[in-house]
Write a protein of this length. Structure first.
Lengths: 99, 549
């Protein structure tokens, strides 16, 4: 199978994730969409790594996984504390600071 | 690409797996970062094992010692010539140790040192249950207004975790402008962003606003860093390399060993252009340039003011350092493509920041939009694409970060019953009530506006001169116009403070301890010295203006 197809898939996943961030309202879903974008990056990196025949891209993908895991730790902590003080995780409710 | 297809379930290794060479780590060159990260780890151990009442002293001591010794290490490296003649690339090509990197690392460490002093201030908030408290939440995990929070306040808890957090953030910021491959760049970005997201949520007063700021910063920051990572992937796909020199060689077409795959990927300019644009987007988000500035006012307003000051100063220094290195080392071969885009961004940022700041009624939001406008002025220097451009940006960043720190430190002093009084109407007549504080704030505002004899003027002059000399005259005109617009709202605050009657229920100015006094004093001193006698520092920035590749 042509490796370029994996790049199309990566771009598609990235676009789905990005549009998820833009249209969804729940902070957790937004966050999941961001994770989808990171996984799309991983797929692109690994595919490029295969095409070029060097390992740099795969190493970046490993680090991305670690970063994504750390992001879950930080992000869920922030979102959960936000949820506990408002009983809602909707980003539309985050409107205390308006012009 | 069909020549490259896979027909079986297995594949051969790209090359014979030989013995993996032991990586060579230059500990001396990396010592500033290692000291700071090591101290952050010690801070975590302190948090776990030292009794609560001793943690504050221990954490502050560790943080200040580490930042001071890391700064000494940076000075040592610069004196030994790493900054000018003998730049080198350390840690197997991951970190560049050159003039811009050392200059910015030194700036970040000084900013961090002063921020640590502002973080440690415990005289401003009224004593709660017999315990002195700082600007950070008693217990960040407790829901605001809940029983757990009341108990934590009654017990006099304080969040001493901010010191390791700020050290981790500084550690990442030290690496960010020195990163010499895309992987290090991305990891450094995340290492300094995550602690900042958490620190935004830690305010003692207005906790709902603080948490909201953290959520916004986190979601938008994660979104933008995902874009940056996809850009990294595309640049890697284009060039088959992640180190800056390798990518730059492929872009400029001087890569000696061109294989079939590389010929295919380099034939596809979309990979290069979209990849470069996405990486740039990630950096412009961090500096708060205009199409990507939406988070700045909300996050600056909601975050605890000491954190806002640190973030406004240090993040900008680190992100501009990385932006400079990316544009000057990786993408010089793409200059004709990125220059018009950066022109647009710079113009939008200068005008947008200045115009939007006009309508603000909250002092922290006002300073946030002013920081957007300043990002635009710095971008004018970035676009200059000359050695003067680099050194003027370095100087501007150093000058601007001390003014910002000082200004936000003054904001922590003006308080009423609800904590900091950030609404501008409450600042009316402050000059009558506490002339000294108002005068100090006026100095910072004049420096922001770029009035002569302050560091702001020297910085702006250097940046605009570099831009004009490289043929960006139109940009300089826009810059001067937006400086004039910006001067209007800075002067308006000064008029408000000195020429209006104080209100009866106006805020009072808290008397700070030696810590904040020292921080503000350093801010004023740097502002005046860089304005009156800038030559030594201009020379220093001038010597540091060359990147290693």
């Amino acid at each position: 199978m042509n490796p370029v197809n994996y790049l199309y898939l990566a771009a598609l996943l990235f676009a789905i994730g990005a549009s998820g961030v833009l249209v969804r309202r729940n902070a957790i879903v937004l966050f999941m969409s961001v994770e989808l974008m990171l996984n799309a990056c991983n797929l692109a990196l690994v595919t490029f790594s295969r095409m070029h025949g060097n390992l740099d891209g795969q190493i970046v993908a490993f680090f991305t996984m670690v970063v994504a895991a750390a992001e879950v730790v930080v992000g869920l902590a922030i979102i959960v504390s936000f949820f506990r003080s408002r009983h809602s995780a909707s980003v539309d409710d985050a409107s205390l600071m308006k012009l | 690409m069909s020549t490259n297809s896979l027909h079986s379930l297995w594949t051969t290794a790209a090359e014979e797996p030989g013995a993996i060479p032991t990586p060579h780590i230059e500990y001396a060159e990396l010592s500033p970062t290692l000291i700071v990260i090591g101290a952050a780890l010690i801070g975590i151990v302190i948090e776990a094992f030292v009794p609560r009442k001793h943690r504050y002293t221990a954490q502050l001591l560790v943080a200040v010692t580490a930042l001071a010794s890391a700064f000494a290490a940076v000075v040592g490296l610069a004196v030994s010539g790493r900054g000018s003649g003998e730049s080198k690339i350390a840690a197997m090509g991951a970190i560049a140790v050159d003039g811009p990197a050392l200059f910015l690392q030194g700036t970040i460490l000084l900013v961090g040192l002063i921020s640590a002093l502002i973080f440690a201030e415990r005289r401003l908030d009224p004593v709660a249950h017999g315990k002195q408290v700082d600007s950070f939440a008693a217990q960040a995990a407790a829901a605001p207004g809940g029983e757990a929070e009341r108990e934590a306040v009654r017990a006099g808890y304080t969040t001493t975790e901010v010191y390791p957090l700020v050290l981790f953030a500084i550690g990442g910021m030290l690496v960010f402008p020195a990163a010499n491959d895309l992987l290090t760049l991305f990891i450094a970005l995340e290492v300094f962003s995550f602690p900042l997201y958490v620190m935004c949520a830690l305010a003692r007063r207005n906790r709902l606003m603080s948490q909201e700021a953290a959520v916004k910063y986190f979601l938008l920051g994660a979104f933008s860093s995902a874009f940056m990572l996809f850009g990294v992937a595309l640049l890697y796909g284009y060039s088959g390399a992640i180190d800056y020199a390798g990518i730059a060689r492929v872009i400029s077409g001087t890569e000696p060993t061109t294989n079939a795959t590389l010929a295919q990927t380099t034939g596809n300019d979309a990979l290069l252009l979209i990849g470069a644009a996405m990486v740039l987007l990630g950096m412009l988000f961090k500096v708060g340039a205009v199409p990507f500035h939406m988070w700045t006012p909300d996050v600056y307003q909601g975050a605890p003011t000491p954190v806002t000051g640190f973030m406004a100063a240090a993040t900008k220094v680190a992100a501009f350092g990385a932006l400079l290195r990316l544009l000057y080392v990786v993408l010089p071969g793409l200059r004709w493509d990125w220059e018009p885009v950066m022109w647009g961004v710079a113009i939008l940022t200068m005008l947008g920041g200045a115009v939007l700041a006009l309508t603000q009624t909250d002092i922290k939001r006002l300073l946030a939009y002013s920081s957007v406008a300043h990002a635009g002025f710095i971008l004018a220097g970035v676009i200059a694409t000359s050695e003067d451009g680099v050194s003027s940006v370095l100087f501007y960043l150093a000058a601007y970060s001390f003014v910002t720190l000082g200004a936000f430190a003054v904001v922590t002093l003006v308080r009423d019953a609800g904590g900091e009084a950030t609404h501008l109407s409450k600042w009316a007549g402050l000059g009558r009530r506490s002339p000294l504080v108002a005068a100090v704030f006026a100095v910072f505002l004049l420096a922001f506006a770029g009035i002569p004899l302050t560091s702001g003027f020297t910085g702006k002059f250097a940046v605009f001169k570099a831009a004009a000399e490289s043929g960006a005259g139109a940009l300089v005109v826009v810059g001067v116009v937006s400086s004039a617009i910006a001067a209007f709202f800075y002067i308006r605050v000064i008029v408000l403070m000195f020429f209006q009657e104080p209100k009866a229920d106006g805020p009072s100015v808290a008397v700070p301890s030696l810590l904040t006094t020292a921080a503000i004093g350093v801010g004023v001193a740097v502002t005046v010295v860089l304005g009156v006698a800038p030559q030594y520092f201009l020379d220093l920035a001038g010597q540091a203006g060359v990147f290693v590749r």
